[in-house]
Ligand binder design. Sequence first.
Ligand code: NDP
Length: 283
Amino acid sequence: MAKLIDGKAISQAIRDEVRDEIAAGGIKASLAVVLVGNDPASTVYVNNKKKACEYCGIRSVSYELPEDTTEEKLLSLIDELNNDPEINGILVQLPVPKGINEDHVIEAISPMKDVDGFSKASVGALSIGDKGFVSCTPAGIIELLKRSDIDIDGKRCVVVGRSNIVGKPAAMLLLRENGTVTVTHSHTKDLASITREADILVVAIGKPEFITSEYVKPGAAVIDVGIHRLDPEKNNGKKLCGDVKFDEVEPVAGYITPVPGGVGPMTIAMLMKNTVAAYKMQH
Ligand code: NDP
């Protein structure tokens, strides 16, 4: 039976550390949170980020713009926030409505305030091992492994998925920690034969319960990034599942993250950490 990696507890520990650091260091960090439109999922994410700020002692400044906001208007707000010394981090909740180019938005944010770590400057810094903001979900994966005493150095790591927001940065981070990393994707042949070699298997494929026990080496650490909503009435009351078929993989793996309560809670905790890092960088 696998040891459960408790993302909720680890995320709480990080939030407490951030809160203590802020209180002890007289840090007055501010995060601008920009939401365009009224997508219900985005609204929930933004509210959770604001709550986490409040918990940690970070000032969050909220900008809620209507669905029909033009790209020009949004870029002009970002410019204003870039030049505002009272704002340390800028977060634009993605996706933005159709008609606004996401890349233009990401690139408009100053690399000094890019607490989401999505800009080319941040991604480039990560690739060449320079200092910069690391996007929150992949950074959270590394924290989960480290705080569960799972050594990455020299380990065979397989990442399933190569998206710019999860798969690729997760692979770069595992490499930075001296893992031997293989990245797989939809063109990979015989995926199971590769994933079965992994000591650490990171799954960000976006397909519900795709990874079954035949994909997993006994004793491996399995990190499930996927989040999918389920109809509880058709799933014995279950509201969410991951990319990993938990019930089947859990008896085989050495460590496993649950969904919910695994990678999910880490994203906001890492955002809090990045915001304090932004404040320190700017002071
Ligand atoms: P994307 O859809 O952007 O990427 C999925 C990746 O999986 C692609 O690289 C794709 O390959 C690959 N893939 C698809 N099918 C296969 C297959 N059969 N075999 C191997 N690889 C395959 O997803 P994201 O990275 O954005 O997200 C992945 C999951 O993580 C989603 O469930 C998402 O909801 C969740 N997520 C969770 C977060 C959190 O905070 N916990 C944050 C972000 C995402 P190719 O490139 O060839 O198309």
